[in-house]
Design a protein around this ligand. Structure first.
Ligand SMILES: [Fe+2]
Ligand SMILES: [Fe+2]
Length: 205
């Protein structure tokens, strides 16, 4: 038993879904992604909305904003093979830039702040964050692969496109696991104030 909360089962689907607008993301860099994909529908996911009192509300809102932009990246990557070589270079730089600026740092923040809080409240000896941490390493490896492809003198646009689309799919699944399996543990054991102090205020990305 740890802290002020109680231990809960990780599979409790008590909270689900995403909310409105996030406040944590760098607006300028996201605007670059949005500008490249005007008219793309917002990717909201299938889960119902969460309670306003939900401790992880802001965190989930940040996820929602990242997912929205991942939808844009998905569309950009999918049409990459049909672009001119000049456009392809620009698109690949944008896609890699988004992943490096927002996905990589978010994952590291989670491992520094969010996951330890989940482990603490999930009970002694649990290994609940091992799989999502391993997924972070896969994500980092694929981002590095994309960066290396984009840096080639003659990058393979089709290969880049396929890998980027796959990475978006992996990230969508990974985010859903965090929202449906990990965050409910904190929502059930923390107050909104505790979540903000211990996690929200310490997550830079
Ligand atoms: Fe993550
Ligand atoms: Fe996340």
């Amino acid at each position: 038993m740890h802290g002020a909360g109680r231990t809960v089962k990780a599979d409790s689907p008590r909270w689900a879904g995403v909310l409105g607008r996030a406040t944590l993301m760098t607006a300028a860099s996201l605007a670059v992604i949005s500008a490249g994909c005007a008219g793309q529908p917002r990717a909201k996911g299938d889960a119902p909305s969460a309670s306003l009192e939900q401790p992880s509300r802001e965190f989930r809102a940040h996820h929602a904003e990242v997912l929205e932009h991942l939808g844009h990246v998905d569309a950009m990557a999918a049409r990459l093979p049909r672009e001119s070589s000049t456009e392809q270079r620009q698109t690949m730089q944008r896609v890699v830039g988004f992943f490096k600026e927002h996905i990589g740092p978010h994952a590291l923040d989670e491992e520094r702040v969010l996951y330890p809080a989940v482990r603490q409240r999930a009970g002694d000896g649990n290994r609940i964050t091992e799989v999502p941490i391993y997924e972070h390493r896969i994500v980092e490896r694929w981002i590095a692969d994309l960066e290396a492809e984009a840096a080639k003198s003659s990058p393979d646009a089709a290969s880049f496109s396929e890998k980027a689309v796959h990475l978006v799919g992996l990230l969508r699944a990974h985010f859903e696991v965090e929202e449906q399996v990990l965050l409910p543990i904190l929502d059930a054991t923390m107050t909104p104030e505790e979540f903000k102090r211990e996690i929200g205020d310490r997550m830079a990305h």
